[in-house]
Design a protein around this ligand. Structure first.
Ligand code: ACM
Ligand code: ZN
Length: 684
């Protein structure tokens, strides 16, 4: 008996080896086209390389050579290079700037491109295929590759928790490997100012420091800043020299760093350091800057002048999101400004500020980028919109002739939980697993070719409120940023999630080897099990009438939601959970005819952070005529509101009854701002 078992084990092991050998070293993002060749190319020892460029362009190549040597590659003695990188001045062969061809032949690997970025990406592909040149051999083939989008970004939030220069450089290294080419740095926010501005030293002597361990303890306490030399001070900032170092490091890896300076909202730290820039004139009062005050513009232009000296990027991101604007309504300076400029409301006042800042940036040869809210009150003439409330804002800008970058929260916010919440560290909530990020399709049907051109690309954003440590930040970033990289670079026809997941497992191995801390995809629990298969039941497809309206932000599938057989996932934002705000929920299901029933059940979600509560009680009624209802049962809640975890509670009647109509009334616990979320009314 022993031998067959051993034999079977060996077979299984061999099958595994074959599988992993077949998969080993395939690239992320998947290239546009690949043609198999004959034979293999053997690799032994350090890769030798040679660089060829048209006369006059040799200088540009020396930087590539320097980078190759950081990877242990050696310049070849004449004629003996294994790897030849050739810059070719041919825009017909390579219409996209970053396009390349990588030819792997038995004795020679050739990279061709018309820019050093293209050559750099050919090298990245080769490194992935060859396990950084350590594989004994790789299969011959020709890869023709070009990006789908020119803008392939990642946003790092260094305000909520500061990250070191070393940390940022490490992420730049990994981004470059996966062909991401924009690093958007969220440098300023209420939680801390992170860039040295010589004209305004209080920003970094004071507004860059908090006397608390982490963002959460600061947020739950008094939200004060402290002096840099306070023994309790936590935080930090980049000196101008450090900023130059990051920008240059990124540039050598074909990544443009785009700074974000938030205005006019998310500016509590500015008004704490310079209270005269808020409407009240007092520290710790104003979340927004005062656009009625000329000093605000003097400040912003002073800051931006230094920022433009440090960052050569075409775009300067000015935030623009989530300004409260309420103080502006009663501020004499703001009111005077509105009157003088003929502005009808505070949205137009924000738009005035953004227009003015755009003129300033344009006058210095730069362009303005901002979140969706820069559309409010009228978009500035040359502005580019970074769309985060879905993609509607970006689409609106594109239709109006502007450019846009899509970063919809649902797919691109990496601060959302990436696996079953009970398996994960505390987070802001949500549920955005690898597969969800990967499923993002930026182009909408019906977009004209010109409109498609105006969609510059996509970006993942990683807000850091709930992410105090570097390791945790990497855990949230990887491997999901790999999925975004493939969305940004690869053609949809080349995408396949199962195949990508295998490659992501391998890339995660590489990341771990290099000391990164990716989420371990091998242990992924996955979606809420109930959501994976439809439930079939007596009320399926039956009409539901609503005595209380669902909230317009969470309609799910509208009136069919509660009888569509589809149960919700880990997040109420998945279009399966239907939401009710500050109200009870009362609905009636029409079974079509008098029906014998044994069970009526409905599940509610509780998530304390966003004020989602299970109901105080659920009352079930039945009726034959839809007018006269008799009570079936009432189920009371037994879960305290203090319960910190995401949880689900099913309220059910089990027994015997006969009726055509079933009414469910869920009574809210009455907490102001509270939500009810349910996914289905199941009847058996
Ligand atoms: C944002 O998430 N407030 C851009
Ligand atoms: Zn004001």
């Amino acid at each position: 008996m022993k031998r067959p078992i051993l034999f079977a084990t060996m077979l299984a092991a061999a099958a595994l080896l074959t599988l992993s050998a077949a998969r080993a070293g395939e690239a992320i993002p998947v290239p546009a086209a690949e043609t198999p060749g004959q034979g293999v190319c053997r690799l032994d020892g350090p890769i030798t390389y040679t660089l060829r460029a048209p006369r006059g362009a040799e200088g540009a190549m020396s930087e590539l050579g320097a980078w190759l040597e950081t990877q242990g590659w050696r310049p070849a003695a004449k004629g003996h290079a294994l790897f030849e990188a050739r810059l070719v001045d041919d825009a017909r062969r390579f219409p996209a700037e970053e396009a390349y061809r990588l030819t792997i032949a038995p004795k020679r690997i050739t990279a061709e491109a018309r820019t050093t970025a293209g050559l750099f990406y050919a090298v990245q592909t080769f490194l992935q295929l060859s396990d950084d040149g350590t594989a004994p051999q790789i299969a011959c083939r020709t890869i023709d590759d070009a990006p789908r989008f020119p803008y392939r970004g990642f946003m790092i939030d260094v305000s909520r928790h500061f990250r070191s220069v070393e940390f940022v450089k490490r992420q730049i290294d990994a981004m470059a490997r996966f062909k991401l080419n924009r690093l958007h740095m969220h440098l300023t926010d209420g939680a801390g100012w992170r860039i040295e501005i010589l004209r305004y030293p209080r920003l970094t002597e004071f507004a860059a420091w908090r006397p608390y361990e982490d963002w959460e303890s600061w947020w739950k306490a008094d939200r004060r800043y402290c002096e840099a030399d306070d023994p309790e001070a936590r935080g930090g900032f980049y000196t101008q020299q450090e900023i130059r170092e990051i920008v240059e490091y990124a540039r050598q890896r074909h990544i443009v760093v785009i700074p974000e300076i938030e205005m006019p909202g998310h500016s509590d730290e500015v008004t704490a350091a310079y209270p005269e820039l808020g409407c009240s004139g007092e520290a710790y009062k104003d979340y927004d800057l005062c656009p009625g005050n000329e000093q605000t513009f003097e400040f912003l232009e002073g800051v931006l002048t230094e920022v433009m000296e440090l960052f050569p990027s075409e775009y300067i991101h000015v935030g623009g999101d989530e300004a409260g604007k309420s103080a502006w309504k009663s501020c004499p300076k703001c009111r005077a400004r509105m009157q003088a400029e003929g502005l009808r409301d505070v949205d137009e006042l924000q738009s005035y500020l953004i227009h003015r800042i755009e003129r300033f940036l344009n006058a210095h040869g730069r362009r303005l980028l901002g979140w969706d809210e820069i559309l409010d009150g009228g978009l500035a003439p040359d502005a580019t919109v970074m769309s985060w409330h879905g993609t509607e804002g970006g689409m609106k800008a594109i239709r109006a002739g502007h450019q846009a970058i899509f970063t919809p929260g649902e797919f691109c916010y990496l601060d959302y939980t990436q696996d079953a919440p009970f398996t994960q560290p505390a987070s802001i909530g949500g549920y955005t697993p690898l597969k969800k990020v990967y499923s993002f399709e930026p182009l909408a049907p019906g977009m004209s070719p010109e409109e498609q051109q105006r969609l510059l690309g996509v970006q993942a954003n990683l807000w850091a409120e709930w992410i105090p440590t570097d390791d945790h930040y990497e855990y949230m970033m990887w491997p999901r940023l790999l999925a975004l990289a493939e969305v940004a670079w690869s053609q949809p026809a080349r995408k396949d999630y199962d195949d990508f997941r295998e490659r992501a497992l391998e890339a995660s191995e590489w990341l771990r080897d290099k000391g990164y801390h990716p989420f371990d995809l091998r242990t992924e629990y996955g979606d809420r099990p109930e959501s994976l298969t439809p439930v079939h039941h007596l009320a399926e497809g039956c009409p539901v009438s609503y005595a209380t309206p669902w909230h317009s932000s969470y309609p799910a599938a509208g009136a069919t939601t509660l009888t569509d057989g589809l149960l919700g996932s880990w997040t109420y934002a998945d279009r399966r959970w239907q939401g009710f705000l500050n109200s009870d929920m009362e609905v009636t299901v029409d079974l079509g005819q008098k029906t014998e029933i044994h069970y009526v059940g409905t599940t509610f979600m509780q998530s304390r952070g966003p004020y989602v509560w299970v109901p105080e009680r659920v009352e079930f009624y039945v009726s034959d005529d839809g007018e006269h209802f008799t009570p079936l049962t009432t189920v009371h809640n037994d879960i305290p509101t203090e319960c910190p975890d995401l949880l689900f509670k099913t309220y059910a009647f089990a027994g015997k009854a006969s009726a055509r109509y079933i009414r469910c009334v869920a009574r809210s616990n009455g907490i102001e701002g509270g939500w009810l979320f349910l996914d289905e009314i199941v009847v058996h």
